[in-house]
Design a binder for this molecule. Sequence first.
Ligand SMILES: Cc1cc2nc3c(=O)[nH]c(=O)nc-3n(C[C@H](O)[C@H](O)[C@H](O)COP(=O)(O)OP(=O)(O)OC[C@H]3O[C@@H](n4cnc5c(N)ncnc54)[C@H](O)[C@@H]3O)c2cc1C
Length: 561
Amino acid sequence: MKRLFRGLRRPPDASYDVVVIGSGIGGLIAANLLARDGARVLLVEQHYMAGGYCSTFRRGGYTFDAATHFYPLLGNPETLTGRLLAELGVETRWVKMDPVDTFHFPDGTRFDVPAAFDAYLAMLVAQFPHEAAALDAFFGEVRQANLLGLLRYFRGREAPGLAPYAELTVRQVLERHFRDRKLKLLLTADCPHWGSPPGRTSFVFDSMLRLSYFLGNYYPRGGSQAFADELARCFEERGGHVLMSTAARRILVETGESGAGGDGGRGGRAAGVELETLRGPVSSLAGGRFRVRCGAVVSNADLLHTWEALVPPEHVPPGYVADLRRLRPTYPCYLMHLGLTGISPETIERLQGYYWHDWDTDQAAAGAVDFKLFAPTQYEPAMAPPGGQVLIVQKVVDTDYDVAEASGGWPGHKQAVDSFVLGRLEQILPGIGAHVAVRTSASARTSWRFTLNHHGAMLGWEMSPEQVGDGRPDLAAPLAGLYTVGHWTRPGGGITPVIVSAQRAARLASGHRQAPLIMHSKHQSLSVEPRGGAPAAGFKNRREFSERRSRTRRLKGTCNR
Ligand SMILES: Cc1cc2nc3c(=O)[nH]c(=O)nc-3n(C[C@H](O)[C@H](O)[C@H](O)COP(=O)(O)OP(=O)(O)OC[C@H]3O[C@@H](n4cnc5c(N)ncnc54)[C@H](O)[C@@H]3O)c2cc1C
């Protein structure tokens, strides 16, 4: 697939208003919004593909989504996120899913979730007439929690009515309303998708994500990469610079008189990034590591990576990393990517969905669900050669990452999960093995290797009642000039919440323009104050430069909140 954007083929400029670290959907949307508002932005990505968890890879003529495959709301221009994409000029075309999802139960039956909510509710009432009144009451609460949650977590407004729901898990609300175990499974059968069991998933967050499916759940034409690349193209069209295969190694902190504070009184502010281009033309031109100055840094990278590897240790507030490490990450997801030949679209359609063999959804990652099967070729046949099909197996696994890492246990882990998955697939579709043209698999470690997400977590921190809202790290970091974006920060994980975080990160960071001050860091001292009549890079004249400098200085002390 031809890449839609160019990417820099020369070293970046010496300074920018904002450097965005990471091209996940959070980084890409934030970069677009900043560039739209006139900021000079550099987006750096350590991988050679843009998109993070929304990228694809090719093997033997098949194109596979590395992770994400459900894109709620994005193809519906009447929703806020759908409208945002239109405003940004994103030309991705979307295929609407109907049914939205399929569940295969331990008793051998199946349930297809229709795209229209009324049809869904009618099907539930028809199949569980003895729970009809409870269903009405439950969905009344779901709607209420959804509205209040959107107000509080997505828009940042006060929502006093949220209090009775804020501390509840999905499991608690289900137990309050229902007795039928099959219905309880049905209503949480897609919980592996949240990366946490219903007993630890916020009822409010679950309600918000659940109802969003009924405003349209989509798959991008051309696959996930087409969407990520289109965002990168739009960003470049606005004058943004994309530097691929380039890792941020250090966030440079300016201290002393010009530092604004925020890092526990040390008077520091993020004022640049040390980068390393790992491959491609820029790696030889720039000669390894180099530095770029900026007025603000937006990190889309994993939060622990940001604070443990990128921010200099002397600027990390005491106890901050320990607090982060006390939060619980979402489960990783084991993936098997299969390129198939000689299997009809009708057969593949029947195969899709979650396969539960136990009624207890809280045991999902311990094996209660065998896996989820997803076939992108149902929505975009071009993902496979003519006549071929792509089948993606997703299995949440409660892996002890540190133990596997320390004991060199990954090959054994992969072998065991592969063998289970292939055996189970043979039961579901006998003879499927003979149709496999391409097979690859990815463990939690693979997810980490390509995205640097801590332990390969699917959606950042778990969205448990204690870890959403004020319990989740804020985007305004405890270091002036540094903001975080993506699923490790507020409001949460998944494509829609990540887009919401990008909108807020862009608003916060747009208060900064590259401050043309003397920068002292542990690593270097750069004098870039423009002399004589020459305006600083990015400014039309000395007057504009002075106005922006005054604004930047006025923001000191409050600039991160
Ligand atoms: C298997 C799986 C399936 C999923 N399915 C869905 C789904 O169907 N629907 C849904 O809504 N959500 C889904 N999710 C969750 C969703 O994909 C994520 O929540 C979301 O994509 C995270 O976006 P992000 O912007 O936080 O960044 P990420 O996608 O995590 O990207 C971060 C980027 O930063 C880069 N980076 C990190 N460190 C550095 C550095 N030092 N220098 C330069 N670059 C750096 C990484 O390479 C990466 O590209 C799924 C996740 C997984 C794993």
